[in-house]
Design a protein around this ligand. Structure first.
Ligand code: ATP
Ligand code: MG
Length: 454
């Protein structure tokens, strides 16, 4: 069990959190729980973000009410989760997560809790042989709930009863020092759940916080164990890492820690010893971040193209040099990539297909003047392909004049679309059928949009 720090309570006069910053549904839920005699805290990332004067992504509530008691109190409640039972409160425009305080005790400390019915199984913790937690669903005290969280800065609670902030783990001090520190022994906590290493990188990059030096050392030592996490979960975590506007610093931290090579061995190998390749990828990711800052949400496929595109294009080119036609070479490179990456990260086949679609579109965008540009902009993968052209223009001189041409064309696109004679392009359905029957090669990555054959 993690050793607790002395409890620190910050009074409402000492902190900057105002109820105006909390969503009305969240406040109503907290009050309702409190009025019914339950403890009701705002917990996790939202407290951290409010203290840092950032807008929280969402509000999480923790309480001593059991899932069944929460369900009785709220008609809009649905219980979800197998590993952890959680209550989701459905409002018109948001879903609030309300969780019962949980403990993370080693198996020998387990006690059979007073439970009945469906949610009342004996409490269970389960670790595998190497210490990774497979299951933990024991109700606990507020303190235990704080101690099972990942980092001290994520374990703060805002108490609706008196508007204080409760700190069991030294999170207030670490937040002030802008430090990320796991609760307890970093080795144990990263072994229990290797995804916490990725979370440390995410918060460090997105919140401009330093990973505490001893923790960083442990993280670097354990980086190769990230491959023990479930590939589907890793995909979700990786999207959170790269799509939130700090992909460039994330890439640096992943690289230095060894996590990048462990998550994407093929990419790690390709980057080794080539500063030019690294610079290409970094420039793409920096451009991706600029899109996010400009309020555009890049798609997962676009992010994958930014990160893996340069390597896939290089590999396709190598195959082309052996006499394989461009699209076939690209298909083979993408298929190989999808096969290789699924060992560590599950990229949905559909997204792999869109990644391929973005890359396959590039030669048509480069052809100057393009053939039938009006038909091209109607294709569903045009927007993503254009954005990739823009992302890569930073490092590719040869993109610049096509980009300029297309930007000028798109500025007049409504007029161009209106001016196009109705029968110019053959009906999409017919074209699709013909292409599939006669020419489309089978490909592991090839479930996305049709290949560019204009
Ligand atoms: P974000 O702003 O990105 O949502 P967050 O800190 O709220 O950041 P969530 O993934 O929403 O992150 O998780 C909510 C809280 O649950 C965290 O603040 C942390 O206390 C706890 N938590 C999440 N993942 C883990 C984990 N792997 N191990 C321990 N605690 C975790
Ligand atoms: Mg959150």
């Amino acid at each position: 069990m993690v050793r607790a720090m002395p409890l620190r309570i910050m009074t409402r006069e000492e902190h900057n959190i105002s109820r105006k910053q909390v969503s009305p549904n969240t406040l109503r839920t907290l009050y309702r729980l409190h009025e019914n005699g339950f403890i009701a805290y705002l917990v996790g990332g939202c407290v951290r973000d409010l203290l840092l004067e950032r807008t929280p992504k969402d509000f999480d509530i923790a309480t001593d009410a059991t899932p069944t008691q929460i369900k009785r109190l709220f008609r809009n409640c649905r219980l979800v989760g197998r590993r952890f039972r959680l209550a989701h409160l459905h409002f018109q425009d948001e879903i609030l997560e309300v969780s019962t305080f949980r403990a993370l005790a080693p198996p020998e400390e387990e006690e059979i809790q007073e439970e009945t019915g469906d949610e009342h199984r004996p409490p269970r913790h389960l670790k595998d042989d190497e210490g990774m937690v497979l299951r933990d669903n024991v109700f606990g005290t507020p303190e235990e709930d704080a101690l099972r969280r990942d980092f001290t800065i994520n374990a703060l609670a805002y108490n609706i009863a008196d508007f204080t902030i409760i700190d069991y783990t030294g999170g207030l001090e670490d937040l002030q020092q802008r430090i990320i520190r796991p609760i307890g022994d970093p080795y144990v906590r990263f072994t229990e759940d290797p995804v916490r290493m990725i979370r440390a990188v995410r918060f460090s990059a997105s919140h401009d916080l330093a990973i505490e030096p001893a923790t960083w050392e442990v993280l670097c030592g354990l980086s190769s164990t990230i491959s023990r996490a479930a590939p589907a979960r890793l995909y979700e975590e990786i999207l959170k890492l790269f799509l939130k506007g700090s992909a460039r610093p994330v890439f640096g931290l992943l690289g230095r820690s060894g996590l990048l090579a462990a998550l994407f061995p093929g990419l790690g190998h390709w980057l080794q010893g080539s500063d030019v390749r690294r610079t290409f990828v970094e420039a793409n990711l920096a451009a991706l971040d600029r899109l996010v800052l400009g309020d555009t949400s890049p798609s997962p496929a676009l992010f994958l193209a930014a990160l893996f595109g340069p390597r896939l294009e290089e590999e396709a080119l190598e195959r082309q040099r052996d006499g394989i036609p461009h699209l076939q070479a690209l298909d083979a490179a993408c298929a190989q990539f999808m096969k290789e990456i699924c060992q560590t990260v599950t990229i949905p086949v559909r997204i792999g297909g869109r990644l391929r679609g973005i890359l396959a579109f590039q030669p048509s965008l480069h052809r100057m003047p393009p053939r039938r540009p009006t038909a091209m902009i109607r294709r569903p993968d045009f927007a993503e392909a254009m954005t990739y052209l823009l992302l890569t223009a930073g490092t590719r001189q040869e993109n610049r004049s096509p980009l300029k041409w297309w930007e000028a064309f798109l500025a007049n696109a409504p007029a161009a679309l209106a001016a196009e004679p109705a029968g110019e392009a053959p009906p999409a359905r017919q074209r699709k059928k013909r292409r599939r029957r006669r020419r489309r090669p089978a490909s592991a990555a090839g479930q996305g949009n049709g290949p560019d054959r204009e």
